[in-house]
Ligand binder design. Structure first.
Ligand SMILES: [Zn+2]
Length: 222
């Protein structure tokens, strides 16, 4: 009756990249259905979305300025029970107990590009080539990394996997309305996506990308 953890991937944009005016090579292993067209937003909106999702680095530098002038891939994770009322039952005057079933890590991905690039096909193509790497990374974090995370925390291992009863106060704190479980899983997800994102932001390929994006904006780096 232990929890079964599943992962779903959805996208903010229903339009496939291949059905948009833009194109970029698919990273090996990324399904075409997970390559969506970008959403164009202002820099202010991009900054707001980035912070609302719990991300600060790597694209936001000191003072909140966007260090990277290209796009931003923002994944959101929420916890969904297939039927919370049935999966959590009160088993005594003081205790609740998890009854098993599916708990889903529902991930929604948005790829955002500053609207100064809208219509600039070469620039957006370049940006999307980079952002698809992040999309691929974030999907892998969701599918491969997240299902193992609940067992890394004693309370979640005890109550969701070993299904030991939990007292009312802890139940409310840990699980009701998402609770600490959702907060910690979101935090883990953000940190791991950030960690892998940072790995994409070093090396010659990334320096070239940065220089090109800067040139598209009319700046000169050398
Ligand atoms: Zn990046």
């Amino acid at each position: 009756m232990s929890a079964e953890f599943r992962v779903t991937i959805e996208h903010r944009n229903t339009t496939l990249l291949s059905a948009s005016p833009y194109q970029a090579p698919l990273p090996a292993g990324l399904q075409a259905t997970n390559a969506r067209a970008p959403l164009f937003v202002t820099y202010d909106e991009l900054r707001r979305l980035t912070q609302a999702a719990g991300f600060t680095s790597p694209d936001v530098g000191p003072g909140g300025a966007l260090r990277i002038t290209g796009g931003r891939t923002i994944p959101d994770l929420t916890i969904q029970y297939e039927n919370f009322q049935q999966q959590w039952q009160r088993v005594s005057r003081t205790d609740w107990q998890f009854q098993g079933g599916v708990i889903t890590f529902a991930v929604t991905i948005g790829v955002y590009v500053p609207d100064v690039f809208r219509g600039n096909t070469p620039a957006v193509n370049e940006i999307m080539g980079h952002e698809l790497l992040h999309v691929h990374d974030d999907i892998r974090v969701a599918r491969e990394y997240m299902p193992n995370q609940p067992r890394e925390y004693y309370p979640f291992r005890e109550h969701l996997i070993n299904c030991r009863p939990v007292n009312q106060g802890s139940f409310i704190f840990l699980f009701r309305d998402g609770g600490d479980f959702q907060r910690r899983m979101q935090r883990r997800f953000v940190l791991e996506c950030n960690r892998r994102g940072n790995l994409r932001h070093t090396g010659p390929a990334y320096d070239t990308y940065q220089r090109r994006i800067t040139e598209f904006l009319g700046g000169r780096t050398r």
